[in-house]
Design a protein around this ligand. Structure first.
Ligand code: 3HC
Length: 700
């Protein structure tokens, strides 16, 4: 075996040259891989004993794309275009042999080969859109020439992947290999040579794009659809533009157009944010003092205390991945109600075609109801999900301490109570951890994993792995009031509540949030969640507008009235004249004069206190890194991915600008605007949160 670079090797199987790319973990097309392919293919073409070339990969997958870590850095030769030209114009057939996933530049590599074979489990996709990009090496021009325009739009603008069987049907691959992939690919290459099959170039195939010439409506329709489903994102629209160029331009001009669009997106802030989030998501499972080798406890059975909305949702998360779960309630009626809601949720999903009725039954069979905590004696993990009351939680944990086996992990779904205090109710605080799910728990991807003072490292490792197993994005945080997300949210709430008394309307503030990219603003959100969450009828004294709305029975959507009015059966918020009047009266009572508040001021006053709170959270070591905070906001609170999260956004705005504005607000309104020491330090040093380095008190 001749070795040319560390990452691309070549061996010969008689007259067939086999290139093996070996660049773990995902065989990304780094400059070394590009050079290795270029050099090796060049050698194979010149070698008279070689009749065909097979390109395959070692490890878990075929090439999963360009190397994203190289984006934004000075380009290194050879470029993908140069490598692709060499392969496509080779006078000997080149065959891609795909296993795992051929994604992005990986699929583009396969498409410049003359033939493609794969394993039955291989998948193919152009996921660049998820990084705020379009394929940048011919994907938008070649894909529609094989799979047709509609499918190419789905794959490029929607990022959908196709599995081998569909790829074969679409003509994207030529054969599915049963058994050993490489042997199958080499045999396929021999057949090509024996039959004298032509050197097929996808770029020359125009039938599928001829079919849709002049049919502009296909693209208009797609733009409209993605305009709704991917509101605010630039990349899906650019992908549609590029596929349209494949139809209306020559192949060469289409490639130029694709390049132009790719570079524009690559230089923009949306793609920078989305690439940042890609790595942030993968970073947050890395914990400085809990190594990847930390032993984990085995979780085969879960127990959930409480069959309310949260408990039911958590049980569904377990059942969704085949994990048996017991769910406990205090009486039969509440238990049946909770189980009934789980079933209804599953049936709704089945009615939308996402799962089958058979799946519904299988999943429900995994959720076993019980009225006795004693039944948790054999579970490996308990998640307590009762309402927020410290005494009740402590009582439950004291009981669990007596009932559960010694190695069981004891989790609490508290959204803000002190996990250390809850743990103190047991004789094994090292086994206690916070597992803060977000509502609805079966839908929202975030899981705040809350590390108590005494939580054992293997309990942390087990909990993080459990989070991933149930398809959540787990982020480790420390104990403080509200943890990371809700603690920051409170700061935002402080200002939005103030601004409606000063002259902004709920609908203006909600519109500013919507335009920024949130699915909805704080007032519409409050109405959706229910204004009475955390409100106490007996102690309420009309201290806030929310108190006053609750006192007159305006509890949000469920009563068709909250900050907004709702027509019965409708979820569309309609501005309320009564609420407007109540706001004015309340402001007059408090001697607050009303004025016009600009959209910019709304945004600054809503986001800057959150960002500053994020800085305090970092100072205190409650979050490990700024990007963890961003992941929390994206997956728990609907922060638009293309804005990267509050800490990333703060760096874009500039910390010095935020710091100066906070000082102005402090001078006018009071010391609650005083910037944190960390924000002040970074701003004065001309730095950003990207420069923040771990100084975490989370380690012990
Ligand atoms: N470049 C650089 N690093 C990459 C990478 C890439 N394209 N894809 C994955 N990685 C890294 C991850 O950051 C992670 O690193 P870490 O272990 O240090 O955290 C490691 O590879 C493993 O990744 P995952 O944890 O995601 O592993 P999974 O097995 O869960 O998933 C995958 C594998 C499906 C390939 C997934 O990593 C993935 O979706 N990767 C991105 C694919 C992609 O977007 N490709 C397009 C790139 S852009 C492009 O090709 C432009 C072209 O048109 C010119």
């Amino acid at each position: 075996m001749a070795k040319l670079t560390d990452v691309v090797n070549m061996e010969k199987r008689e007259e067939i040259a086999v290139l093996i790319i070996n660049n773990p973990p995902v065989n990304a097309l780094s400059s070394g891989v590009r050079k290795g392919i270029f050099d090796r293919v060049s050698v194979a073409i010149e070698d008279v004993s070689v009749k065909a070339v097979v390109i395959t990969c070692a490890g878990r997958t075929f090439i999963a794309g360009a190397d994203i870590t190289e984006f934004g850095k000075a380009p290194q030769a050879p470029s993908l275009d140069v490598v692709f030209d060499l392969i496509e114009n080779s006078r000997k057939p080149v065959i891609a042999a795909v296993h795992g996933t051929a994604l992005g530049g990986g699929l583009e590599t396969a498409m410049v080969c003359h033939y493609r074979v794969s394993t039955a489990t291989a998948k193919f996709g152009q996921p660049e859109v998820n990084l705020g990009l379009i394929p940048g090496a011919g994907g938008t021009q070649r894909l529609p020439r094989i799979v047709g325009v509609q499918k190419a739009i789905d794959m490029c603008a929607g990022g959908t992947q196709v599995v081998a069987e569909e790829a074969l049907k679409e003509g994207l691959i030529d054969k599915i290999v049963e058994g050993d992939l490489l042997t199958g690919a080499v045999n396929f290459a021999r057949k090509i040579i024996a039959e004298g099959r032509p050197l097929r170039k996808i770029r020359e195939r125009n039938e599928k794009i001829e079919e849709v010439k002049g049919k502009r409506e296909i693209f208009e329709e797609a733009r409209k659809t993605f305009g709704k489903t991917k509101r605010g994102f630039d990349a899906p629209q650019a992908n549609i533009d590029a596929v349209e160029a494949a139809v209306n331009m020559s192949f060469e001009d289409g490639l130029k157009k694709e390049r132009e669009l790719f570079i524009k997106l690559m230089m923009g802030s949306q793609s920078a944010a989305q690439r940042y989030v890609f790595f942030a998501e993968r970073e947050c499972v890395k914990i400085p003092d809990v190594s990847a080798e930390t032993p984990q406890r085995t979780i085969n059975k879960v127990g959930v205390v409480g069959a309310g909305t949260m408990g039911g949702g958590i049980a569904m998360c377990c059942a969704n991945v085949g994990l048996p779960v017991k769910i406990m309630e205090v009486n039969r009626q509440l238990l049946d109600k909770g189980l009934g809601i789980c079933r209804r949720n599953y049936e709704n999903t089945a009615s939308r075609g996402r799962i089958t009725m058979d799946d519904v039954e299988k999943r429900m069979a995994l959720i076993q109801g019980t009225l006795s905590l004693e039944d948790f004696a054999d579970v490996d993990l308990v998640i307590e999900a009762v309402y927020e009351n410290m005494d009740l939680k402590k009582e439950i944990f004291a009981n669990l301490d007596k009932i559960c086996k010694s190695e069981a992990v004891l989790g609490t779904n508290t959204s803000g109570l002190n996990v250390n205090e809850i743990a103190s109710a047991t004789l094994r605080p090292e086994n206690v951890i916070g597992l803060h799910f977000f509502s609805p728990a079966n839908v929202m991807r975030l899981l705040e994993v809350v590390r108590g003072e005494k939580t054992a490292k293997n309990v942390i490792a087990t909990s993080m792995a459990f989070g991933r197993r149930i398809q959540k994005i787990p982020v480790l945080v420390g104990v403080c009031q509200g943890f990371v997300g809700n603690r920051m949210l409170r700061q935002r709430g402080r200002e939005t509540q103030k601004m409606i008394l000063e002259g902004a309307t709920p609908q203006q503030i909600d519109r500013v949030f919507f335009d920024f990219g949130f699915p909805m603003g704080p007032f519409a959100m409050g109405d959706l969640a229910g204004l009475d969450i955390g409100w106490n009828k007996t102690t309420s004294e009309g201290e806030t507008l929310r108190d006053r709305l609750c006192e007159i029975g305006r509890l949000g959507q469920k009563t068709n009235a909250g900050y907004y009015d709702y027509q019965p059966g409708s979820r569309t918020p309609v501005p309320s004249t009564l609420v407007e009047k109540m706001i004015k009266e309340y402001a007059a009572e408090k001697n607050i004069s009303q004025r016009v508040i600009t959209d910019d001021e709304i945004l600054e006053k809503s986001l800057y206190p959150m960002i500053d709170e994020g800085a305090r959270i970092l100072e205190e070591g409650i979050a490990i890194r700024p990007s963890d905070i961003d992941v929390i906001w994206i997956y728990g609170y609907g922060w638009p991915v293309y804005r990267g999260g509050p800490m990333f956004y703060a760096d874009l705005v500039g910390l010095n600008k935020i710091y100066d504005r906070m000082l102005e607000f402090q001078a006018k309104e009071g010391d609650f605007w005083k910037p944190s020491a960390l924000l002040e330090k970074l701003a004065k040093e001309g730095k950003g949160f990207k420069d923040f380095r771990l100084g975490s008190r989370l380690t012990h």
